[in-house]
Write a protein that binds this ligand. Structure first.
Ligand code: HEM
Length: 309
């Protein structure tokens, strides 16, 4: 089994692209052609730019999976993301059929790959969204806090990111959930550093976690820290990137979480947007608005090749 690059580090640069699949047989055939040849693209890029740590992931929304591969089973948890509406905050659901997550140390290498995928799908898809993310200082979100610290360690990451034997046909695949957030930087920066630290649950300068006594129940790392019935921690593999268009006063986080069970990601989202107990919503959301939300299934490379053929 040959998985896609679902556990790689966020990288220095990333491009996230979401397309809508056009109707008709020809469009579907074009996408399948790319599936069949997909693995060759990163292989060639790694050969051309060996030091660039280039990687890419291709995923499918629920609607596209059904239309492209009507005779195949459907991954158990693949469905259009259902909006989460709390009293105060909403995680919207937005459309998306084909998804690419491209990472590299160099933006030109990311661009090259994005251009190859886009041109090979020309006429078969329409643009929905594209975000260029960058590594901000020492891996910080644009709100100034180091992001990714509590990701599973390298040896455990695949176990959390990849589908296991419970959905055997899709073993090694993954559920990628993406969400584009816009931050109210004026309001955020008006907080004292201590108040910001209480919102995240970690120290801003050195990234040390707040003690249990210091950490409020609505801190971001308190509401997203979840466990199963036996008390084992449930994790996802995050690869968020900062993005910004300062001249538009737009500052954001592109959230991406890879999980073997989408239920884990969804529970984190419910804790953030509705609260558990209800009303204990994530303090970070008082300064961050989710403007997109889409779930994709990421097959293994072997499956991509097979479904393309
Ligand atoms: C506004 C968007 C977001 C920002 C800026 C953000 C930022 C952060 C930061 C700075 C941390 C602390 C360092 C770390 O452990 O990574 C963190 C932790 C975490 N975040 Fe987020 N995050 C965002 C959205 C989300 C979403 C949507 C989810 C889940 C669906 C999530 C899940 C987590 C988890 C699981 C942790 C680790 C919690 C623990 O300590 O056990 N985050 N995030």
């Amino acid at each position: 089994m040959n998985a896609q690059d679902i556990t790689n580090k966020p990288g220095e640069h990333a491009i996230f692209m979401i397309f809508g699949l056009l109707s008709g047989r020809e469009a579907a055939d074009r996408v399948k052609e790319l599936c069949a040849g997909f693995a060759a693209v990163p292989q060639s890029m790694r050969n051309r730019f060996p030091d660039s740590d280039v990687s890419c992931v291709m995923g499918f929304g629920a609607g596209a999976w059904g239309r492209l591969f009507p005779d195949r089973p459907r991954p158990k948890e693949l469905e259009p993301f259902k909006e989460i509406k709390g009293a105060k905050h909403t995680a919207p659901s937005t459309p998306g059929d084909i998804f690419f997550h491209i990472r590299a140390k160099r933006l030109d290498v990311c661009h090259e790959m994005a251009a190859v995928f886009s041109s090979s799908l020309k006429g078969a898809v329409e643009h929905i969204d594209e975000v260029q993310g960058f590594r901000y200082f020492d891996g910080r979100a644009i709100i100034g806090f180091v992001d990714g610290t509590e990701n599973p360690a390298a040896g455990d990451a695949f176990g959390f990111a990849a589908i296991g034997p419970e959905d055997g046909y899709f073993k090694g695949g993954s559920y990628a959930f993406v969400q584009k957030y816009i931050h109210d930087m004026e309001a955020w920066n008006a907080l004292s550093v201590e108040e910001q630290e209480k919102a995240i649950g970690r120290r801003k300068y050195n990234d040390i976690e707040l003690s249990d006594e210091e950490k409020p129940e609505n801190a971001h790392n308190a509401v997203t820290n979840i466990a199963d019935a036996e008390g084992r921690e449930l994790k996802i593999v995050r690869a968020n990137m900062a993005f910004a268009n300062p001249s538009k006063n737009e500052f954001g986080t592109y959230f991406i979480g890879y999980a073997g069970t989408f239920g884990t990601t969804r529970k984190m989202l419910e804790n953030m947007f509705v609260g558990d107990p209800v009303g204990n919503t994530d303090r970070l959301l008082d300064f961050s608005t989710a403007v997109t939300g889409t779930l994709f299934f990421v097959p293994t490379l072997d499956m991509l090749e097979e479904i393309g053929g």
